[in-house]
Design a protein around this ligand. Structure first.
Ligand code: ATP
Ligand code: MG
Length: 277
């Protein structure tokens, strides 16, 4: 969403609110309904996602927390249409991903979904600027946008550097610029600080927060780190492939407060009092 355009954070936007929507779409950027995903390994079946539902409204910043193996990356990949699901449905920007054939899904993902991974995934032979331009077909049109994004992300003087001449934090900022260059409906982020020291990690978190606050970006981040989840508006907790609980982050003064709430929620689930998914 562009600056100056009112953002509806309340969620329930009805028909006829086109005045507040950039692309005229009234659908939430992300609607995940009753998603199940199984991996088969020989005779063994792993249920990586179990009846997961999640709605993310425009301008909202949601963190999905869970232990290693709880299904966070699987859910993020499913939201990006990078992995097939066995049951349920996923809509991004009003489009059911299952309704798109491979070619259309690839185009839709490139244009409407921004993806950021722990490992940056930059092309080593391209400059920072050319990495950012990758998702854009028309480089003349995209050039201005890439330059503006690189400037906003504090990378103007790193434009012509290749990834190996950039710090980890700078590489991750290039990856974020690349994810945003098509002005996607949603930014999906998987453990963005996993390869960074705590200072660079905190910078990436505050950058994501400011992209949400200043530009109304819709962001879903998956992480096991309370300090990362704290930048979101609310947290949903994944355990063994199911969403078991969640809370708003507004009341927590620091990451320790959020970590305590997360542990408490997990204890409630173990003792049988958790929220059904
Ligand atoms: N391609 C695959 N084939 C078989 N099993 C898989 C595959 N990908 C994931 N799994 C299994 O699905 C479950 C969820 O994995 P996933 O990678 O989503 O967890 P995660 O929460 O992202 O973990 P981490 O925090 O370690 O990244 C795990 O039991 C994992 O072993
Ligand atoms: Mg993962």
């Amino acid at each position: 969403m562009r600056q100056g355009i009112p953002i509806d954070r309340t969620g329930d936007r009805g028909e006829g609110s086109e005045g507040t929507v950039v692309l005229g779409s009234t659908a939430p950027p992300l609607l995940v309904e009753h998603v199940t995903k199984r991996f088969r390994q020989g005779s063994r079946v792993i249920e990586a996602l179990r009846n997961v539902s999640l709605t993310v409204q425009r301008g909202e910043f949601v963190a999905i927390m869970g232990a290693s193996g709880s299904g966070k990356s699987t859910l993020l990949h499913a939201m990006a249409g990078l992995t097939d699901i066995d049951a349920g449905s996923i809509q991004v920007d009003g489009r059911d991903l299952a309704s798109l054939n491979d070619g259309r899904l690839t185009r839709f993902r490139r244009e409407r979904i921004g993806l950021v991974f722990q490992a940056y995934n930059l092309l080593p032979l391209l400059t920072a600027e050319d990495n950012v331009l990758l998702p854009i077909m028309d480089h003349r049109r995209g050039g201005e946008r890439a330059a503006a994004l690189l400037e906003r992300l504090g990378l103007s003087d790193r434009r012509t550097h290749k990834p190996d001449a950039l710090s980890g934090g700078e590489q991750q900022r290039v990856a974020i610029a690349r994810a945003l260059v098509t002005d996607p409906a949603i930014l999906l982020v998987d453990e963005p600080t996993g390869n960074l020291d705590s200072v660079a990690g905190a910078e990436i978190c505050s950058l994501l927060r400011s992209l949400c606050d200043e530009q109304g970006r819709t962001i879903v981040i998956v992480t096991h780190e309370p300090s990362v989840a704290l930048v979101a508006d609310r947290v949903r907790i994944l355990k063994d492939g199911a969403i078991v609980d969640g809370f708003e982050t507004a009341g927590f003064p620091d990451a320790q407060g959020l970590a305590n709430a997360y542990q408490e929620a997990l204890r409630r689930v173990v003792s049988g009092g958790g929220e059904a998914s």
